[in-house]
Design a protein around this ligand. Structure first.
Ligand SMILES: [Zn+2]
Length: 316
């Protein structure tokens, strides 16, 4: 007596008629579900685009896009993969209608196919899309502003020029690289617009309200509540108000890593490109873009070899 593998599932849905009516309603549910997703996908994008359009002014557009562009695309990627996985359940109807086993095989295949699509779309969002978004955000950030009260064109001040319009707290934040302020000046009325952007480094916020806490040192101490675990005690000094602050962080595995090491690691993962602006005495400015810190250092050595910063290289 021969029992092949497929017979394991035959009769799972009852009689042949039960199975075929199940398949019919299954197929129609899947089809309606996919139609729903196909309608939802452009709708999500249109809602995003309309809200971006309605954001008044470049700064609001910048803030909106930097907050919602990636999550919107991530949601679209997830829905696409669910739709794709569902559509697999409409494949090979002939084989499936003949044997129940194929129904389960097809169902099982739909999961890795959906998973592959999630993986691909998340890879795109993590590695390629940040560059696209960065360029788009810069367009908003550096688009010429007009003074809303006079209609005059405004000029973006350089880092040196902008200081007199920033209070000390703001300057301390810029020095800590935690916040970047852009100052736009209406040269006819001397009115300024100050825009706040996230800086390159993350600094904790002090009680004085500025993101100016600099880490002075840290030590590992025993957790007062739990003798079996340790906490990291961090000493900060506010570079604006001078207050000393202690904060406790529950430590995880990476106890051995120093703050500098983990910061360097974080930075190198986050660096997309480096922009170097060189301002000449005659007022001309050149800007250069680099992929990483090494390229930038090499470039600086080339334009000014006598001041090569790298101590391991000796001049012969
Ligand atoms: Zn402070």
């Amino acid at each position: 007596m021969e029992r092949d593998f497929s017979s394991l599932f035959s009769g799972f849905f009852g009689s042949a008629e039960d199975y075929s009516s199940f398949l019919e309603s299954w197929g129609s549910y899947i089809f309606q579900f996919i139609i729903g997703i196909v309608i939802l996908l452009p709708l999500i994008y249109v809602i995003y685009a309309i809200r971006l359009l309605l954001a008044s002014g470049y700064k609001n557009k910048y803030d909106f896009a930097s907050r919602y562009a990636t999550p919107t695309l991530r949601l679209i990627g997830i829905l696409m993969s669910i739709g794709l996985a569902a559509s697999v359940n409409l494949w090979a109807q002939d084989a499936v209608s003949k044997e129940e086993l194929w129904f389960f095989i097809r169902l099982a295949i739909s999961f890795p196919i959906g998973g592959i699509w999630v993986y691909l779309s998340f890879s795109f969002l993590n590695f390629y899309y940040p560059k696209v978004l960065y360029k788009r955000l810069n367009k908003y950030r550096y688009a010429p502003r007009t003074n809303p009260s006079t209609g005059n064109k405004m000029r973006l001040l350089s880092e040196d020029e902008e200081d007199k319009y920033l209070d000390e707290g703001m300057q301390a934040e810029e020095d800590a690289f935690s916040v970047d302020y852009d100052v736009w000046l209406d040269e006819q009325t001397n009115e300024v617009i100050i825009e706040k952007y996230k800086g390159n480094l993350i600094a904790e916020e002090c009680d004085c309200g500025f993101q100016t806490l600099k880490l002075v040192n840290q030590e590992i101490v025993q957790d007062p509540d739990d003798a079996s675990s340790n906490v990291l005690k961090k000493h900060y000094l506010c570079s604006y108000c001078g207050e000393e602050v202690e904060r406790f962080v529950q430590t995880r595995r990476s106890l051995e890593k120093t703050e500098q090491e983990s910061l360097a690691e974080q930075m190198s993962q986050q660096i997309l490109s480096l922009k170097l602006e060189i301002f000449r005495k005659d007022g001309r400015a050149d800007s250069y873009e680099f992929q990483n810190v090494h390229q930038t250092q090499d470039f600086l050595k080339q334009i000014n070899p006598t001041q090569a910063q790298n101590p391991t290289r000796k001049t012969s």
